[in-house]
Design a protein around this ligand. Structure first.
Ligand SMILES: *Cc1c(COP(=O)(O)O)cnc(C)c1O
Length: 235
């Protein structure tokens, strides 16, 4: 029987163990997978518990909510990730504040990030979000469209394009997400091969609380986990 108390620290340990096991099962090096704790709606105090339990990567999807948390926890021990839909007027505030933006879903947004990064004299790490399920309502590049804009993206010298992000369509079981995760990995390989050496799609941000083990088995380098660490949200 599991007698460990149900604390944030215990949940972080459980998620880490699961990532480790999924990596070993598929012959991957566990250290190549980074756990991003998704702290939307979570208070600074509870987020601090997670950081004290060893969390180094934190994901937020709203700028307004993230700012006080960045202020409180700083950037020495915490790597901040922007994972939500990004409005163009917010780009200026996001660039340079977040290590990686996981949600670049259009060429126009990429261009705006590039422009703001140039103003700030930095290169912004980004991932391109892909709409794999062909869902009309969802953000993200269609895989075919991504191939078409690759050379334009390649010309944005203040972007450091590291890889791809996807959120598969909702499904009853984690196994249903596997073909989408696989598709994202194959798309990254294809883009790297076509990218004339300048595009390096080594990062795959995929997998959430209900399917991160499958995502790790399929090559995720970032998993974004909220509920399994902090409990259910009221959103
Ligand atoms: C909320 C959120 C997550 C985490 O979802 P959980 O199911 O709580 O793990 C991951 N990625 C994005 C983009 C999110 O908005």
């Amino acid at each position: 029987m599991d007698t460990e108390p149900d604390t944030i620290a215990a949940r972080v340990r459980t998620v880490r163990d699961e990532i480790h096991r999924a990596a070993i099962r598929t012959g991957r090096v566990p250290d190549t997978i980074r756990l991003v704790a998704v702290s939307k709606t979570v208070s600074v105090e509870r987020l601090r518990e997670a950081v004290d339990a060893g969390i180094r990567h934190v994901g937020e999807n709203r700028l307004q909510e993230a700012l006080p948390k960045i202020e409180a926890l700083g950037r020495d021990g915490v790597v901040w990730h922007f994972i939500g839909a990004l409005q163009r007027r917010k780009v200026k505030s996001v660039v340079g504040r977040f290590d990686t933006i996981h949600s670049v879903d259009s060429l126009a947004l990429a261009e705006e990030i590039d422009r703001r990064a140039q103003e700030a004299s930095l290169r912004q790490r980004v991932l391109l979000e892909v709409n794999l399920g062909g869902e009309v309502s969802k953000e993200g590049f269609e895989p075919g469209a991504l191939v078409a804009v690759l050379s334009s993206l390649n010309g944005l010298k203040h972007l450091d394009i590291r890889g791809l992000t996807a959120i598969p369509p909702p499904s009853p079981t984690a196994e249903d997400a596997r073909p989408y995760f696989r598709q994202l990995r194959e798309l990254a390989q294809r883009l790297t091969a076509q990218g004339c050496g300048n595009i390096n799609m080594q990062e795959l941000s995929m997998g959430m609380s209900h399917d991160y083990q499958v995502a790790v088995e399929e090559g995720a380098t970032y998993v974004r986990v909220g509920t399994a660490i902090f409990g259910a949200r009221c959103d």
